[in-house]
Design a binder for this molecule. Structure first.
Ligand code: ZN
Length: 159
């Protein structure tokens, strides 16, 4: 079976300034831009230090795309998302930072808390409307956030 490929995103270049340096962010990568004394623009990929001068317009975008394709892995085919490769899951988690693992801990805690109530998650057999459940939970979160805000305002904790 030919794996269904997900579309690769087409990020928008975003310019920002870091002191005197113009930095273009493209798809999570940073490219430093520099103009020399002859006003020629050169661009440096901060991921691999590749540098190219005299680029403009479409050539500049092509340089971003070239390094985006070089440094950012393509999205996994949909079929890979549907299967759980436990070795890869464990290997991927070993690359995560402390806070990233803490986020997974919180999500895992939610799954474990639901198990005695709903049984093991089985999306095919589960008759709940996940869209509806999500809406209800989102609405409840808004209520709790507003109640917490009200409590803090009354306590003078926020000004
Ligand atoms: Zn690069």
């Amino acid at each position: 079976m030919i794996p269904r490929r997900r579309r690769r995103p087409d990020p928008e270049p975003m310019l920002r300034w870091e002191g005197k340096d113009a930095v273009v962010s493209y798809g999570g990568l940073d490219f430093k831009q520099h103009k020399d004394s002859t006003n020629t623009l050169s661009v440096t990929c901060t991921s691999c230090s590749a540098k190219k001068g005299g680029l403009s317009g479409a050539e500049l975008k092509a340089f971003y795309v070239e390094h985006y394709n070089l440094h950012v892995p393509p999205p996994a085919p949909v079929d890979q998302l549907l299967e759980v490769d436990f070795d890869r899951l464990v290997a991927d988690q070993r690359t995560l930072g402390r806070d990233e693992l803490a986020v997974i801990r919180l999500v895992t805690d939610g799954l474990l808390a639901g198990k005695p109530v709903y049984g093991e998650l089985d999306v095919a057999a589960d008759s709940r409307s996940f869209k509806r459940e999500g809406f209800d939970e989102g609405r409840d979160q808004l209520i709790y956030d507003a109640a917490d805000l009200l409590r803090r305002l009354r306590a003078g904790a926020l000004s």
